[in-house]
Design a protein around this ligand. Structure first.
Ligand code: BEZ
Length: 212
């Protein structure tokens, strides 16, 4: 069954390039990014995992742990990691799940038979510290993901969880945000947004990012 926003991310136990992982225990109180890729020793996946490794500090700043997955076995992952490190000029610093028995792939609906019978698609899940799924995306095998966009969504989620705002199209950290339409009380608005706001329409109220 497919996983929907707000669902609890299914727990599992599986082998990885860093040993056996009990997923919820491994996540602890952190946010998580679980992402699948079609196969080891493939060009686009090599760039994706290398780029994710380079974002280590950005993930750490946001309390995010990354974990990758394909249906290849551990020994393949270990050999491939050497190639990623060499060609992408980095060190893979997160585990790659070895889902040879497709246990996690089935739990997370990562094999889409009409795209490919055996390989996992490029799906990605952002999971919050309550283990709730907050973002799902699925890309085709031929298109590498934009991991800056993943960070942008995490920034938005972490901001909007704590303030009564939402983030507009193409928002970047530090830009104006919108006041949620359900917030109508002017006194509360003044308290929450002391820098003021501008109402382009009664339902479109822009304010400086409140945690800046
Ligand atoms: C890749 O990662 O380069 C790739 C994997 C499967 C199909 C096409 C490209």
């Amino acid at each position: 069954m497919s996983i929907r926003l707000g669902d609890i991310a299914p727990d599992f136990e599986q082998d990885s390039s860093e040993g056996r992982i009990r997923f919820h225990e491994w996540l602890g109180d952190n946010w998580g990014v679980l992402f699948s890729h079609p196969a080891d020793f493939t060009p686009v996946c090599t760039t994706e995992l290398g780029f994710t490794a380079k974002l280590k500090d950005e993930f750490a700043k946001r309390n995010v742990k990354a974990i990758a997955l394909s249906v290849d076995p551990v020994d393949s992952h270990i050999k491939w990691i050497d190639d990623i490190n060499e060609t992408q000029n980095t060190r893979v610093n997160f585990p790659i799940l070895a889902d040879a028995d497709r246990k996690v792939s089935e739990l997370y609906d990562l094999i889409h038979p009409n795209a490919n019978d055996t390989l996992t698609v490029r799906s990605l899940f952002v999971i919050d510290p309550n283990k709730k799924v907050r973002l799902t995306i699925t890309y085709p095998a031929s298109t590498g993901r934009n991991f800056h966009e993943i960070l942008r969504v995490i920034d938005s989620l972490q901001l909007t969880d704590n303030h009564k705002v939402a983030t507009p199209a193409n928002w970047q950290d530090g830009d104006e945000v919108v006041i949620v339409p359900s917030l109508k009380d002017e006194e509360e608005i003044k308290q929450r947004f002391p820098k003021g706001y501008r109402a382009v329409k009664p339902y479109l109220r822009l304010t400086p990012q409140p945690n800046r």
